[in-house]
Design a protein around this ligand. Structure first.
Ligand SMILES: Nc1ncnc2c1ncn2[C@@H]1O[C@H](COP(=O)(O)OP(=O)(O)OP(=O)(O)O)[C@@H](O)[C@H]1O
Ligand SMILES: [Mg+2]
Length: 203
C-alpha cells in the first residue's frame, strides 16, 4: 500500500458526511459539497477525500487533472484511489476569502481566469462549476483553479459569466465595498442558487 493510500484510509467519514477521524499527518483545509480536503503536513500536497456518495468523482477528477497537466493554472496530480486524489496544495486565498478579507481582485486576475478556462476548453473540456471557492489567488499573486470534476459535463454552466458580469457591474464600481462578510456572501450565493437574482440566472 502506498503512502497516499495509507493516509486516505485514516479518514473516516460517517453518514451525513460527518468527518469522524483522520491521521495526525493531515490538516483539514477545506470542505465542499462532495469532499473534505487536507494538507499532507510537511509537504506541498493536498489530499481530497470524497464523501461516500461521491466516490465516483475521484476517478473522474483524476482523469480531468491528467488532461490539464501541462497548464500551470491547474494543480499537478500525484495519485488517486477509489475515493481520493492527491494534488498540489495551494498556498493562498480563494476568491471567496479574498472578498471576505478585503484582498483586492484586479482586472488582470479576471483575464487570467478567462485564459485558464480557455486553455481547458482547448483541451476539449467544458469548464463548469466555476465559483468563488474554486478559484485561488496564490500568495505569489498567481491564479489557480481547482475542483475540475465537472469539466466534462455536457450542459453549459453560466456561473463564470455571471461572476464576470458582477465583477464589471458591481465590484469595479467605486461605491461597491471591497470587503464583504462571509455570512453575507453565503447569503448572496444562496439567493443566486435559488434563482432569486433575476439578472444573474444560473442557466
Ligand atoms: N489543492 C488545494 N489546496 C488548498 N486548499 C484546497 C485545495 N483543494 C481544495 N481546497 C479547499 O477545500 C475546499 C473544497 O475543495 P473542493 O472545491 O475541491 O471540494 P468540492 O466538494 O468538490 O467543492 P464544491 O462544493 O465546489 O463541489 C476549497 O474551496 C478550498 O478552500
Ligand atoms: Mg469546490
Amino acid at each position: 500500500m502506498n503512502r497516499y493510500e495509507e493516509l486516505a484510509r485514516t479518514v473516516v467519514i460517517h453518514k451525513k458526511n460527518r468527518l469522524m477521524r483522520y491521521s495526525d499527518a493531515l490538516e483539514l483545509v477545506g470542505k465542499g459539497r462532495s469532499a473534505f480536503v487536507f494538507r499532507i503536513k510537511s509537504s506541498d500536497k493536498a489530499i481530497k477525500l470524497f464523501f461516500p456518495g461521491f466516490m465516483h468523482l475521484a476517478k473522474e477528477e483524476a482523469e480531468i487533472y491528467h488532461v490539464l497537466q501541462n497548464i500551470s493554472y491547474y494543480p499537478n496530480i500525484y495519485g488517486a484511489g477509489l475515493n481520493y486524489i492527491v494534488i498540489d496544495y495551494i498556498e493562498g486565498l480563494t476568491l471567496f476569502d479574498c472578498i471576505a478579507q478585503g484582498q483586492l481582485i484586479r482586472p488582470n486576475h479576471i483575464k487570467e481566469i478567462d485564459y485558464a478556462l480557455l486553455l481547458a476548453s482547448k483541451q476539449g473540456l467544458n469548464p463548469s462549476d466555476i465559483h468563488l471557492r474554486n478559484i485561488f489567488l496564490t500568495t505569489n499573486g498567481d491564479i489557480k483553479l481547482i475542483d475540475v470534476a465537472r469539466f466534462r459535463q455536457q450542459k453549459n454552466c453560466a456561473q463564470w459569466n455571471n461572476l464576470k458580469k458582477a465583477y464589471e457591474q458591481l465590484y469595479r464600481k467605486r461605491f461597491f465595498p471591497k470587503k464583504i462578510a462571509a455570512t453575507y456572501l453565503n447569503g448572496i450565493a444562496f439567493l443566486y442558487k435559488k434563482g432569486f437574482i433575476p439578472s444573474y440566472r444560473m442557466k
